[in-house]
Design a protein around this ligand. Sequence first.
Ligand code: CP
Length: 312
Amino acid sequence: MWNGKKDLLSMDQLSREEIEAILHYAGRLESLSGKGSKLGICKGEILITAFFEPSTRTRISFETAMHTLGGDVQNFSESGSSMEKGETKEDTIRTLEQYCDTLVIRDGEPGSVARYASMVNIPVINGGDGVNEHPTQALYDMYTMWKSFGRLTNLKIAIIGGLKYYRPSNSLVTGLGKFEGNSIIGICPKGLELSDKFRNSSYSEMPIDMAKLNETLEKIKPDVVYVTRLKKEYMPSGEDPGKYFYKIDASTMRILPGHCIVLHPLPRTSEMSTEIDPDPRVVMFKQVRHSLQVRMAVLALFSGHEDGLKQI
Ligand code: CP
């Protein structure tokens, strides 16, 4: 429970001040949370991660975050569980509640994590619910921008790709929209526009022929380029993802301003060439590293340990 909120389900439920508090605590944790270091903030507590969709970063970083906070971790896997005997996800979640203090859940159905959260009395963190939201992703994306620019205001952010099916961009547009002066520009193939539900007054959109991506970016001169993957797994069967093809490569980096940083929530596929990785403006693995401190702050806050964070 933090500020009267039991769960973290969406960016919409966080105020600007609460986002700033999370990033502030993440900054303090960064100097302390070397790999293998241990804090005692969540000592004696157990986190269960229950992921009904694949994950590398979200699951492992939450588990590492809890270990680093001094707590213990159990990972639930559908494979080998009694779900193979027909047990429902709802009964599974209510069972897991009996064994832990906090749950992080990922599920393919939009809104499902909120439904599970309403059935249990312990904090639930949304690790991604279908094409809806991925709030802790947005928090560490914003942390990475804040570390680069020293602010989250008056930034020009180009979000590129298949926005219709991409939950991190939904959460990021919502979060950045709470800070004044930002111009968030969605650059997407026609047909993959951001859902209306996540638009705000900071957001504008340019559905384009993605062959013109570089010339579009050259005109915009963004401070941040946020590249997204085409979520083929969420596209209707029969739809050809190939018609939406786009790619960020060395030619894109040549036209971006010298101060512009390039982020990607990962995993990447064909939309971002590995040839650009050595460019210091490409910060996606720093972004990955920041997931640890941000998720430590989130776990500590929502499990009721703000006082512990204040003491570090
Ligand atoms: N960015 C992200 O959520 O990665 P995973 O799907 O690997 O957790």
